[in-house]
Design a protein around this ligand. Structure first.
Ligand SMILES: C[S@@+](CC[C@H](N)C(=O)[O-])C[C@H]1O[C@@H](n2cnc3c(N)ncnc32)[C@H](O)[C@@H]1O
Length: 335
């Protein structure tokens, strides 16, 4: 029996302990363990002293993370980062630290705890807990909004190089990223194409973080940040528009309004790239089916879609789906 075909009780037990493992990584983030280990190994006692945590309990957490391959346990209760653990350091290339920090947020797991409500009713678990929809709630909370935007930047970290390899942006003059988060994808695209300029449309609550990131990347002068609302209007004048992980946050009618606003803003010959985890056919294992349940619980009617469902949304707005480029991520570019 190969590892991929574990005995059913073993495989099921691993799935059942998934939230314990998530919480262990989240706790390590809350104690800044990856940052403390980034320059070399430390003992559990040294980490506990620096973090102000209980030495033996800290050792037990680190030992468990070592057993899972996130850390490497050395002699005398010392620990270092494994290649996987290194991705929890904030300034590491390809970092997923932002995503790990989001999983540590009580408002995030309290919402996921309402999954049974979502499945019974088809309604948002986030709304049940917070009495507001996700983006409205985030808009009034700078700290939580920044944690969420950093988590999205983590996704972009992992995806940007794949997108650049798979799609030729060299002829682009103006790229508009609609709901582009902190702007990491746009920063990468402009770093690769020195002639292009960019426009980032985002909610006002995200603009400050975006300005910081674009300045760090040295592309702030070539990118106009437009605080706004994609349900009202999208900036005109781009030759490429991007909607990455945006449509999946919204029910069909709302998603259609966003696409329609992009279609209205686009010049003749302009192109729209929808980048999403496209749902795989029935019976095929694909992460899109897991993410779909995540957006079902967290957003107001959001869902992952099949290629055909995306094509229908685009066609309704007068756009034609001309090319589909699947990437490893497991994301797909729909042009
Ligand atoms: C799931 S995130 C994706 C972010 C980014 N495109 C990425 O792939 O990392 C959705 C984004 O849409 C933005 N957003 C939500 N409602 C918006 C609105 N009405 N107008 C503009 N942006 C909005 C959010 O702030 C968030 O950054």
């Amino acid at each position: 029996m190969s590892q991929a075909e574990e005995a059913p009780p073993v495989a099921l037990a691993k799935l059942l302990f998934g939230s314990l493992v998530t919480q262990m990584i989240a706790t390590a983030m809350q104690l800044d363990v990856p940052e403390r280990l980034k320059n070399g190994p430390l003992s559990a006692e040294a980490i506990a002293a620096a973090a102000g945590s209980h030495p033996d309990a800290t050792y037990r957490l680190l030992r468990a993370l070592g057993s899972l391959g996130v850390l490497v346990e050395g002699p005398d209760r010392t620990f270092s980062l494994s290649p996987m653990g290194r991705l929890l350091v904030a300034d590491e290339p390809g970092t997923l630290a932002g995503l790990a920090r989001l999983t540590a947020e009580p408002w995030h797991h309290a919402s996921l705890g309402q999954m049974v409500h979502s499945v019974r009713t088809g309604e948002s678990g986030f709304y049940k807990v917070h009495g507001e929809h996700l983006f409205t709630w985030l808009s009034g909370r700078p700290r939580e909004s920044s944690v969420f935007a950093d988590a999205m930047t983590s996704f972009s970290n992992a995806e940007a190089s794949m997108i650049l390899r798979a799609y030729d942006f060299s002829a682009a003059e103006c790229i508009v990223d609609v709901g582009g988060g902190n702007g990491l994808l746009l920063a990468h695209l402009l770093e690769a194409n020195e002639r292009a300029r960019g426009v980032l449309l985002e909610l006002p609550s995200v603009v400050e973080g975006a300005r910081r990131l674009l300045t760090e990347h040295g592309v702030d002068r070539r990118i106009e940040i437009v605080p706004g609302d994609f349900f009202r209007a999208v900036p005109e004048g781009g030759d490429i528009y991007i909607l990455k992980h945006v449509l999946h946050d919204w029910r069909d009618e709302r998603a259609f309004t966003i696409v329609e606003n992009v279609a209205r803003a686009m010049p003749r010959g302009g192109r729209l790239l929808v980048i999403e985890q496209v749902l795989a056919p029935p019976g095929v294992s694909h992460f899109s089916k897991v993410l779909d349940v995540g957006v079902m619980v967290l957003t107001d009617g959001g869902r992952e879609r099949t290629e055909r469902e995306h094509a229908a949304l685009l066609e309704r707005a007068g756009l034609e789906l001309s090319r589909v480029v699947p990437l490893a991520g497991p994301i797909t570019i729909l042009e």
